[in-house]
Design a protein around this ligand. Structure first.
Ligand SMILES: [Zn+2]
Length: 230
């Protein structure tokens, strides 16, 4: 009798162990994946212009757009990487992306940007630019997305909202824009005009290190919001 009871106990223990193992297997194959962290996101950061193409120029300081674009791209890169994101830059110095022997340097440059974006397999693309307008009154950051791109519009909306709330004069709503760098990819892509070099006050602000750091951090927060709600 006592032996039988021990056998029964042993059977019960074995059954319990089997149930536990089965439970763990079911959890990790069926339930757990939903709670696992998503794969590392890759972000392409595209500093507009470069080389012979300096873009817009500030009248007072003679700062070039291509220089500031790179500064903002590198600052944003550092923030993204510090949060564990993988970053691919289209350019990391002042050289142009065009082939030196190309007859049409603009076409060569845009083709190179498209190539880097396509090869990166990125989750999203952020192109950095500085604006300019005949009237010196115009100011404020504006985010653009490709017309008809729902994911681009969603990303642009998140970034524009974050900038509007935390950076003075940033516009309220994102706009559709016809830019090659947005149209050349199926991935969500935005072009951020950080501010106007044609506005004397903004020309100075855009070059301030603290302003730049905060701007890029708010841009990054908009990206985070997009990733959380996509
Ligand atoms: Zn530009």
């Amino acid at each position: 009798m006592k032996v039988l009871t021990l056998r029964k106990r042993a059977v019960v223990i074995v059954l319990c162990v089997l149930l536990c193992v089965a439970g763990v297997v079911v959890y990790f194959t069926a339930i757990a994946p939903a709670f696992r962290p998503v794969a590392v996101h890759t972000i392409v950061i595209d500093a507009g212009h470069g080389g012979k193409d300096g873009g817009a120029v500030g009248k007072q300081s003679e700062v070039t757009e291509s220089y500031l674009n790179l500064e903002y791209a590198l600052t944003l890169r550092n923030i993204c990487e510090s949060y564990g994101y993988k970053v691919v830059l289209t350019r990391s110095d002042m050289n142009g992306l065009y082939s030196p022997t190309a007859s049409n340097k603009k076409r060569s440059e845009m083709e190179k940007r498209r190539q880097i974006i396509c090869d990166s397999n990125a989750d999203l693309v952020v192109s950095i630019h500085m604006n300019s307008f005949p009237s010196s009154e115009a100011r404020g950051a504006q985010v653009y997305y490709a017309e008809g791109s729902a994911s681009g519009e969603s990303l642009a909306g998140s970034v524009q909202t974050s900038l509007h709330k935390n950076v003075e004069y940033a516009k309220l709503t994102a706009k559709a824009g016809d830019f090659y760098v947005l149209n050349c990819t199926e991935n969500p892509a935005i072009l951020v005009e950080c501010g106007f070099l044609s506005n004397p006050e903004e020309e100075i602000m855009l070059q301030d290190a603290d302003y730049m750091q905060n701007f890029c951090y708010q841009l990054f927060c908009g990206i985070l919001t997009y990733f959380n709600y996509e």
